[in-house]
Design a protein around this ligand. Structure first.
Ligand SMILES: O=C(O)CCC(=O)C(=O)O
Length: 320
């Protein structure tokens, strides 16, 4: 059956045929992508969470200083990222800074996104909002990204504000190398929850192992339905892949490589699960030879960069 989120052009061909250009917005891309999640819609009452007190909210100046302050990684944390393909780091943000960013993202989503949408998204907020600009271009977060990948300099691919609203469903299993039109493994995403995120809210969950993606490399993508997500789950279960889906504490953030398979549960709480997902890449990376519809409207993030070219547009500043 044809996926209702696809245009006639992107729906054409075999279900696995993604060698086409995405011809809608990135918000519609997310609507499509989320529709590929398998499993029955969750039901039952949504759970109210205990109130979270982030303490007195910091001023802009305090937030800016915090986002500029280097974060010391231990060798064990770097080793975890290398071996597992992701790492979760405590106290990258203070609870107050996370709360300030959450409030700003909420304002921007409320102003620009249809409230009926369950998985709300906005990108490139750093171009217009000073607070979210400091977060996307944060030397603290970008410095962690560079250190984890073991590279000198990183550039921004995009920022991404995501709100999984109360009752919104699962995020399907995927890896970002399938999405980003960047021709290198040296690409990672900082997933920055803006509130404590217990399991019932659907924290990002990661398949352990730098090579785990190879177990599912032969599964045919299904642009119309849920078979890809289902097969990945089955193979991970059958092969005993360890999946980490622990809660995130206030200010804890994760970094996952472009080859890390990840998913997220439904948000079964009465509060929105709000996140900044910011992607960085090693300076010098090129555009893949042939971007696909799975890259969405990628020209918005690297305007003018053609296939095969080094990505260094003015929307991809060096961080730090
Ligand atoms: O927040 C989510 O549910 C998905 C985010 C994601 O896949 C990512 O940031 O790479």
């Amino acid at each position: 059956m044809r996926n209702p989120h696809l245009s006639e052009a992107t729906a054409a061909g075999a279900a696995s045929d993604v060698e086409l250009a995405w011809d809608r917005g990135n918000d519609q891309w997310w609507d499509w992508y989320m529709s590929l999640a398998d499993g029955p819609a969750s039901s039952g009452p949504l759970v109210p969470l205990p109130p979270h007190d982030p303490g007195p909210l910091p001023t802009d100046g305090t937030v800016f200083a915090e986002l500029a302050e280097p974060y010391s990684l231990t060798p064990a944390q770097v080793g975890h990222f290398t071996d597992a393909s992701f790492v979760k780091l405590p106290a990258v943000l203070t609870p107050g800074t996370a709360a300030r960013l959450r409030a700003r993202l909420r304002e921007m989503l409320d102003a620009q996104v249809d409230p009926a949408v369950g998985f709300q998204s906005l990108e490139m907020m750093w171009l217009t909002d000073p607070l979210l600009r400091r977060a996307a271009l944060s030397p603290r977060i970008g410095g962690i990204a560079a250190a984890l990948m073991g590279v000198e300099r990183v550039r921004l691919y995009h920022d991404n504000g995501l709100s999984k609203e109360p009752g919104a469903g699962r995020t399907p299993w995927h890896y970002d190398a399938h999405h980003f039109p960047l021709d290198s493994p040296d690409v990672l995403t900082a997933w920055i929850p803006l509130q404590p995120t217990p399991q019932v809210m659907g924290p990002l969950a990661f398949a352990h192992g730098a090579d785990t993606w190879q177990l599912v490399a032969d599964i045919e993508f299904d642009k119309h339905g849920t078979s890809y997500d289902r097969r990945v789950s089955e193979i991970f279960r059958d092969r005993g892949v360890v999946v980490e889906d622990d809660p995130f504490g206030a200010g804890e953030i994760s970094f996952h490589s472009a080859h890390c398979f990840h998913t997220a549960g439904a948000n079964r709480t009465t509060s929105a699960r709000m996140v900044l997902a910011t992607t960085y890449f090693r300076d010098g990376v090129r555009v893949v030879p042939a971007p696909t519809m799975v890259s969405g409207d990628w020209q918005k993030f690297i305007p003018g960069a053609a296939p095969g070219e080094i990505v260094a547009t003015d929307r991809n500043p060096v961080i730090g």
